[in-house]
Design a protein around this ligand. Structure first.
Ligand code: ADP
Length: 365
């Protein structure tokens, strides 16, 4: 007996995407099956380039194909799994979506200022882009825009093309911020309707082009801008940033409830400033590590990762060099990657729950 593409297909029907909970065939992730003598090549299209489950999926495919070969008495083939990625838009998007070329709009919010919301937004955007996604960052914190500093935009001049703002192309992402359009001192005195107008203009009159993810850094708290955002754009979900202390958790809970009241799914909670590792290598639990994780679980929300207090993170934010967070320190890089991957997974899960676009399957061989 020899293996056929039908056998491979049958084997793949038994392999589940661990995050999405369905098999690879049902999820339309199998894009190619080729058999060449004793070599089998399987092309799998992931729902995000930041998929944290690649190795697990590869291992499960190899086991399933071997099991199928054994069960029909065929020789065990040499198996290669080739991954590509195509971020899927949630099927809930409709024709009235003002940004139809943006697959997912993700808000990043916090109960109060100073917890690292902008730090998380910038590193989420840059981190997803490092994985290969097309990412935009909308610095929606119009009262205190951080992007000019955190992205190092000081020397750059903004441009307008066909009455649209041209985003800054920096660190692998496209970014726009009010901080490059008005005097930063003036940005502090927006009143409600002006804040609404400024945010709307930034979101809708920027030439974003095609994006997989648009990350929106919101002002802290539960004010006008999140309301404007939720009314204006179809959000896939919101990430809430929280430090571990009890008082921070209470504020973050309010932010979670706000998103829920606005009908925005909360993707989960990131714990920033989780702990500190000293020069002596010891871990210092400055603020009560794990507090935000407990808060997430009591609110029945996914925990999206812990980021320690790290001098490199502060320094690279102040110097506008976020990519250095991935080169300066491998532990910091892997913490940031893990956060990006968990958030990308939650986005994929929501897309699948909402129904999928692109229902195509091609199996050849
Ligand atoms: P927010 O947007 O919530 O107001 P920021 O992201 O602007 O907070 O962070 C406030 C300050 O704390 C910034 O100087 C930032 O560089 C620093 N910071 C944030 N998170 C960390 C961290 N994990 N380690 C070190 N510094 C941090």
């Amino acid at each position: 007996m020899t293996l056929t593409t039908r056998d491979i297909h049958a084997a793949l029907c038994t392999v589940k995407d661990p995050d999405l909970g369905k098999d690879l065939v049902t999820l339309n992730m199998v894009k190619d099956v080729r058999i060449d003598g004793s070599a089998v090549t399987i092309g799998i299209e992931l729902t995000t380039p930041a998929c944290p489950m690649k190795d697990k999926i590869r291992g499960d495919i190899e086991s399933a194909v071997r099991a199928r070969a054994s069960s029909i008495g065929a020789a065990i083939p040499q198996i290669s799994v080739e991954f590509t990625a195509q971020v899927r838009a949630a099927a809930t998007k409709n024709a009235s979506n003002p940004l139809p070329n943006v697959k997912h709009i993700i808000a990043v919010g916090a109960g109060k200022g100073g917890v690292g919301k902008s730090t998380v937004s910038v590193n989420l955007a840059v981190g997803l882009a490092r994985f290969g996604a097309r990412v935009g960052l909308l610095d929606g914190d119009i009262y205190g825009p951080s992007a000019p500093t955190m992205l190092g935009l000081a020397e750059l001049t903004g441009a307008i093309r066909d009455e649209m703002l041209v985003p800054f192309e920096v660190h692998g992402i496209r970014a726009i911020t009010i901080g490059k359009l008005v005097d930063p001192e003036k940005a502090l005195i927006w009143r409600g309707p002006m804040a609404h107008g400024a945010f709307k203009q930034l979101a809708l009159q920027t030439e974003w082009g095609a994006l997989d993810y648009l990350i929106v850094d919101l002002p802290p708290g539960t004010g006008d801008v999140p309301l404007t955002l939720a009314q204006l754009l179809p959000l896939t979900g919101a990430v809430v940033v929280c430090t571990p202390q009890r008082v921070a958790q209470d504020d973050a809970r309010r932010a979670v409830r706000m998103f829920q009241q606005l009908g925005v799914p909360v993707l989960g909670v990131v714990e920033n400033m989780s702990y500190f590792i000293g020069d002596d290598g010891k871990t210092y639990d400055l603020f009560g590590r794990g507090g935000a994780e407990i808060m997430a679980s009591t609110m029945n929300l996914p925990f999206l990762g812990a980021i320690p207090i790290h001098m490199d993170l502060r320094r690279n934010s102040d110097e506008g060099t976020p990519l250095k967070n991935w080169t300066a320190n491998p532990t910091l890089a892997s913490d940031l990657d893990a956060m990006c991957q968990r958030i990308a997974s939650q986005i994929s899960i929501i897309s699948v729950q909402g129904g999928l676009l692109q229902p195509t399957l091609s199996v050849t061989g």
